[in-house]
Design a protein around this ligand. Structure first.
Ligand SMILES: *Cc1c(COP(=O)(O)O)cnc(C)c1O
Length: 325
């Protein structure tokens, strides 16, 4: 099955490394653990949105746009990578961030600022209204804005993770590693949709398990299924049996999005101290915390191999210092 990929720009250092986590494997006494380092995509501290933006920015340029508009949480990694991508291609960038201006400029907000993005705080207004305002304002100034949805999760963004799955499978074949499970943080669904389509393209037989960061499993599954179908169609693959491959665990939502608990605190310290790898407090800390818990509950057998797909986000760490130390 050969997808017909749209044009892309170059923003990421690829392929990102696959590493064995020998000390963590021993520490947990569990399955063989590997990690795919998409925290090392290289774009202004990297992360999973870089792969999505390679296709989104190409689409924006093809449409003659000169401005990127997107939205996210205050400490959005997606917004920070969008700001960097815009800078790289000489485009402007407007970010609509949830909530109110914070007292301290730190983490991703600091980087957004340094990367030249214009930040609009949503305050108590509906995001839609603010999008329309910013769009109108830019057009009145003679710009042509390109709107990127939350998390870059549309067919263009998800396409980045179809290709990422091809990249991973080539690495695994080369290293003669068979992976039973791929585990990662899932939120707006673009990463997971791309991976399940990529699994069909590459005939990957293992499981793909998204640890939900903020949505009930059924909601996220529905979202991923719709996006996977749309992405497969867009790539000329027709209807693929992706729905049965969409697995989501929502046991680790805790008090909600970006509410740091002992789950994240432990995961961040364990990975840091066993492997010298940093996780983030919102996404990968939660997903790794979930994986550690699943290992302790005996969800995997000792002979199995689990690959944790690191999706980035470490730029947010300083903003959560008081919750982590
Ligand atoms: C956005 C993000 C995710 C979730 O990816 P989706 O494609 O939105 O599901 C996971 N980890 C990090 C660090 C992110 O920034």
């Amino acid at each position: 099955m050969t997808p017909k990929y749209p044009n892309r720009t170059t923003l990421a250092y690829l392929p990102t490394p696959v590493e064995r986590m020998e000390r963590l494997t021993r520490y947990l006494g569990g399955p063989d653990l590997y990690i795919k380092r998409d925290d090392q995509t290289g774009l202004a501290t990297g992360g999973n949105k870089t792969r999505k933006l390679e296709f989104l920015v190409a689409d924006a340029l093809a449409q003659g746009c000169d401005y990127l508009i997107t939205t996210g949480a205050a400490q959005s990694n997606h917004c920070r990578q969008t700001a960097a991508a815009a800078a790289r291609y000489g485009m402007g960038c407007s970010l609509i961030l949830r909530g109110y201006p914070p007292d301290t400029i730190t983490g991703n907000i600091l980087l957004d600022n340094l990367l030249g993005a214009h930040i609009y705080w949503q305050r108590n207004r509906p995001a839609k209204e603010l999008f329309a305002d910013v769009n109108h304002e830019l057009r009145a100034m003679g710009h042509k804005p390109y709107v990127i949805p939350l998390g870059g999760s549309n067919v263009m963004g998800a396409t980045g993770y179809v290709l990422a799955m091809e990249e991973l499978m080539a690495q695994l074949v080369n290293e003669k590693i068979f992976v039973d499970f791929i585990v990662f943080a899932s939120s707006s669904g673009g990463t997971q949709a791309g991976l399940v389509v990529g699994a069909e393209v590459t005939s990957y037989r293992g499981k793909i398990l998204g640890i939900s960061v903020d949505h009930p499993a059924d909601d996220l599954k529905t979202q991923v299924a719709a996006l996977a179908t749309a992405t497969a169609t867009h790539l000329g693959l027709g209807m693929l049996p992706t729905v049965g491959r969409i697995e989501v665990n929502d046991d680790y939502l805790g008090e909600g999005y970006a509410c740091v608990s002992e789950t994240e605190r432990e995961a961040i310290r364990v990975l840091g101290q066993q492997e010298g790898i940093l996780l983030d407090p919102v996404y990968t800390g939660r997903a790794m915390g979930g994986l550690i818990d699943l290992i302790r509950w005996g969800a995997f057998t000792r002979g199995q191999t689990v690959l944790f797909w690191h999706t980035g986000g470490t730029a947010a760490l300083p903003a959560f210092a008081d919750k982590l130390v």
